[in-house]
Design a protein around this ligand. Structure first.
Ligand SMILES: NC(=O)c1ccc[n+]([C@@H]2O[C@H](COP(=O)([O-])OP(=O)(O)OC[C@H]3O[C@@H](n4cnc5c(N)ncnc54)[C@H](OP(=O)(O)O)[C@@H]3O)[C@@H](O)[C@H]2O)c1
Ligand SMILES: [Zn+2]
Length: 371
């Protein structure tokens, strides 16, 4: 048979439509797949009708392609598969997804991006093409890279994606001169902040924040069973009190000293020149543990250190319509700051969202793109 009689709906607008559907399915996992990517898949039959859909729900669960192909059954023969990430070639189970696609009799695949994982890296596309499956790569590539930005950074660098988050008044203060900071922003912003926590694998704060505020550092969303990130405290000298609310299981105290702190894990790391914890070493260690994302929540000294070393990938700034004023009221970044405006870190890809009366500004400082 000629290609054309087999090829269902291979026009560009259908590709854009169904690739977007695969991305929307993938996003339903809402970051619960870590350390795996979020993947969605759609199977159309040879007439171009929807035959199967699926998405990866988490480690140990079926891959998106397996779900969609199982739903499509015989209707996959001669059909098209849309998936936002290249099918895998590693033996997580038999057959792997690339082989499963080949065995299903799929005629054509449309893939948004190749997989940066070194076990795949184009191998899935190659396997499909060697089996004479028509393959189109790159439809909605930007959206696909963004959806899996945690995964992409981790696989390319071995480190988690670092998000820095802070809440400020319109004049850029994070607290009054007396140290009051609860709450500068409104309820919607705070809810958004809890959602961000639940989407990251870890949250990190400095020891001064623990001493000043005694935060619990949990993700709380009304009526939802949310994923709790690992809580990390930077505490070079092990000053933390055993009674601090953050001390418990699911907590890691990063320090340069040996010691024990309740049920928390104490992780001894090398000190940087200033005697504080070496942040690159911390990120390498977290990456090895398969944490693919971390939310840095301050305070100012910690933010300053992450920015100064160029270790932040994305920022979320919640700006509230309040004026605080005062020379002694702190801003979100401590440290000694920069002298020249030309040294200011460039922010890219800005986005603005209204949250109640507040404005959320998000922006990137680093961009990790796989090829
Ligand atoms: N409004 C908000 O959104 C918000 C959010 C968070 C905090 N805060 C406020 O911020 C204040 C605390 O901020 P802060 O700037 O004083 O302290 P911080 O950033 O919470 O903690 C800084 C401390 O972390 C330790 N640390 C270990 N390794 C480090 C490294 N590589 N780089 C930087 N610090 C490292 C250092 O103490 P050691 O040398 O002893 O380890 C350092 O003094 C509190 O008053 C809190 O209420 C406000
Ligand atoms: Zn797979």
């Amino acid at each position: 048979m000629t290609a054309e009689t087999h090829a269902p709906g291979s026009d560009r607008s259908a590709d854009l439509h169904w690739s977007a559907r695969a991305l929307a399915l993938a996003a339903q996992a809402d970051y619960r797949t870590s350390p795996n990517p979020m993947v969605g898949a759609v199977v159309l039959d040879r007439e171009g009708h929807l035959a199967g859909e699926g998405y990866h729900k988490g480690p140990g669960r079926p891959h998106a392609e397996e779900e969609a192909l199982a739903q499509a059954g015989e209707r996959a023969k001669g059909g098209t598969l849309y998936v936002n990430l290249e099918p895998c070639t590693h033996a997580h189970r038999t057959p792997n997804c690339a082989d499963a696609v080949i065995e299903s009799g799929i005629y054509r695949t449309v893939i948004s991006m190749t997989d940066p994982d070194e076990r795949v890296r184009g191998g899935g596309v190659q396997a499909l093409e060697s089996a004479r499956i028509r393959t189109t790569v790159g439809v909605h590539a930007e959206r696909a890279q963004k959806l899996n930005e945690f995964y992409v950074k981790h696989r390319l660098t071995g480190r988690p994606f670092v998000t820095a988050k802070f809440a400020v008044s319109l004049d850029g203060k994070i607290a009054t001169r007396a140290g009051e900071s609860h709450w500068i922003t409104g309820e919607e912003s705070r809810r958004h902040g809890h959602r961000l926590r639940s989407q990251h694998d870890a949250i990190l704060v400095g020891i001064n924040t623990v001493i000043a505020d005694d935060p619990e550092l949990s993700a709380r969303l009304d009526g939802e069973d949310v994923r709790q990130p690992l809580r990390i405290v930077l505490d070079s000298q092990l000053r933390i009190r055993q009674s601090a609310r953050v001390v418990g299981t699911n907590t890691l105290i990063a320090t340069t000293k040996p010691g024990r702190v309740g049920l928390a894990e104490v992780l001894q790391l090398p000190a940087a020149a200033d005697g504080r914890i070496s942040l690159p070493d911390l990120l390498d260690e977290l990456g090895k543990r398969n944490l693919i994302s971390m939310l840095v929540e301050g305070g100012g000294e910690v933010h300053a250190a992450f920015f100064a070393e160029g270790l932040v990938d994305k920022i979320y700034a919640y700006v509230a319509p309040k004026l605080i004023g005062g020379r002694d009221a702190p801003g979100p970044l401590g440290g000694s700051g920069i002298e020249h405006l030309s040294d200011a870190a460039g922010l890219m890809d800005l986005d603005f969202t209204r949250l109640g009366d507040d404005i959320l500004i998000s922006a990137y400082t680093n961009v990790h793109r796989d090829r």
